[in-house]
Design a protein. Structure first.
Length: 489
């Protein structure tokens, strides 16, 4: 094993010696060892320290840092457009980096990992109606149904267990997974009924951990061979379990036809296919890859933001009190999409939660095209990995005043934060590959947060005081968040 690691390291250094990046970009600051070998980046990644390391390096070296032989990260507002935006003029579109997010175990790309721009565009057109504003209005009753189930669970816990806390991470995950399963497969998982994860959902969490391992394997073929031998059986099985469940549920859902009496993703997508002959049909394997992608991207991330935001609000009681006053001034009938978007302080709290604790904190790399590209006024050679790491950009003093503090007021006028570079804040990315589910996520965040705060007072349990100290394996590795709840109305 150690010989293989040494060979991989030597190979990387040899490739770096002749890399075109050394000529025009050898002055880009960064740790010298990382510039010599990509193994430094992957060492940090496998230890769950990628995000903290990127943040520390940008604080030390500035707005552009070289974190690998062919790997540059930026934190400026302009970099978002130059890296993730569409091609314009002489600047071409940077392609999806295949090592950050790759195909599933059968070699099928989801819409999110699809590297070919034209294929991604056609697949996105298929699903766009399912994530539109119109779709949200149709899907709101479905979301409210699961939210009512969540309220009953918390109320029962609040009235029967006064001295013990409940794990809000698990409850919020149960809520978001039930919603997305109904939207992606036309039927719920029943998590809220049991207040417990099913083996499939546990496999999804296991598959998230595997994403970090897969990034290393896609970068180094020797590691790929080693990982096939040494990867724990439970980790390997989680990927197969996730795929098999997704495939079976997609086939079952498609067999029920277009209209099943609810506006799920497939009803809206299939209606769109009927109306638009130019939209290519997807294979069942492609649909399975996409459904699996929706289950991973549209569940855990929303629950992560809500968990983190509740924690931050409870650590800053004056912010919680202001939010409570704004929400509780509403009538129960006003806890709806149109009304909640009019609440300025809640919008500020959500934006600040996304800034301080972004649910997807890593750098999602793109690769510069043949001939290179212009990024932030500098020519970058072809086949260079470039990205804006969310956490580092949002915690940089060059972008935000008091970057480590939770200050929702920074998003409101007249609070003394007008100098903040808010255009550096793009939690759902930018350009043609931005998050297709951001409307759904924004709606779920608002309606869940507002409804919980309208009904309950929450208290942070002592064992969760240090909850925010987390590592990252593609997503945050969250411990349990124990809260006590008091039902008020």
């Amino acid at each position: 094993m150690y010989i293989s690691i040494l060979c991989a390291n030597v190979s990387q250094v040899f490739r770096t010696k002749y890399s075109p990046l050394l000529k025009p970009q050898q002055q880009v600051p960064g740790p010298k060892l990382a510039a010599a070998t990509g193994l430094v980046f992957f060492y940090k990644l496998m230890r769950g320290e990628e995000v903290a390391w990127e943040n520390a390096m940008h604080k030390k070296y500035g707005e552009v840092v070289r974190l690998g032989p062919d790997r540059l990260t930026y934190i400026s507002a302009r970099a978002w457009k130059d890296i993730a935006g569409p091609g314009a003029g002489k600047r071409l579109e940077n392609t999806k980096d295949r090592t950050t997010l790759g195909p599933n175990i059968h070699g099928d790309n989801s819409m999110g990992s699809e590297p070919i721009t034209t294929v991604h565009r056609s697949r996105r057109r298929v699903y766009a109606p399912a994530f539109s504003e119109r779709a949200l209005k149709l899907q709101e009753p479905l979301i409210l149904g699961y939210l009512n189930s969540l309220l009953r669970i918390i109320k029962n816990e609040a009235t029967s267990n006064h001295d013990t806390g409940m794990d809000m991470v698990k409850l919020l995950n149960c809520m978001t997974f039930d919603v997305m399963a109904d939207l992606a497969f036309g039927e719920p998982l029943g998590l809220l009924e049991q207040s417990e994860y099913t083996p499939w959902v546990q496999a999804i969490f296991g598959n998230v951990i595997k994403l970090s391992i897969s990034r290393l394997a896609r970068e180094y073929k020797l590691f790929d061979l080693l990982l096939k031998v040494f990867t724990p059986k439970s980790v390997a099985e989680s990927a197969h379990t996730h795929y098999n469940h997704s495939f079976d549920r997609v086939v079952k859902r498609l067999g029920r036809g277009i209209d099943i009496g609810k506006p799920d993703i497939w009803k809206l997508a299939m209606e769109n296919n009927e109306k638009n002959e130019n939209v290519s049909d997807l294979s069942k394997r492609q649909m399975t890859a996409d459904a699996g992608g929706f289950m991973m991207a549209g569940t855990e991330t929303t629950a992560t933001l809500l968990s983190g935001l509740l924690f931050l609000l409870l650590k800053h009681p004056e912010k919680m009190q202001r939010l409570q006053a704004e929400i509780r001034a509403l009538g129960k009938e006003d806890l709806r999409l149109e009304t909640l978007y009019k609440l300025p302080f809640m919008a500020a709290c959500i934006s600040e939660g996304l800034r301080v604790y972004p649910p997807a904190p890593i750098a999602f790399f793109r690769t510069t095209p043949k001939g290179g590209n212009m990024i932030c006024g500098e020519w970058i050679p072809e086949r260079t990995r470039v990205a804006v790491p969310h956490y580092a950009a949002y915690h940089s003093p060059s972008n935000f005043k008091d970057p480590e503090s939770f200050i929702p007021e920074r998003w409101l006028p007249g609070a003394g934060y007008d100098s903040d570079r808010k255009d550096a804040f793009n939690p759902f990315s930018v350009g043609p590959r931005n998050c297709i589910g951001q409307n759904l996520a924004n709606h779920e965040m608002r309606i869940i947060l507002a409804t919980l705060i309208w009904h309950f007072d929450f208290e942070l349990c002592p064992e969760s005081e240090g909850w925010l100290n987390q590592k990252v394996h593609f997503l945050w590795v969250k411990p349990k968040l124990f809260l006590k709840a008091k039902y008020i109305r």
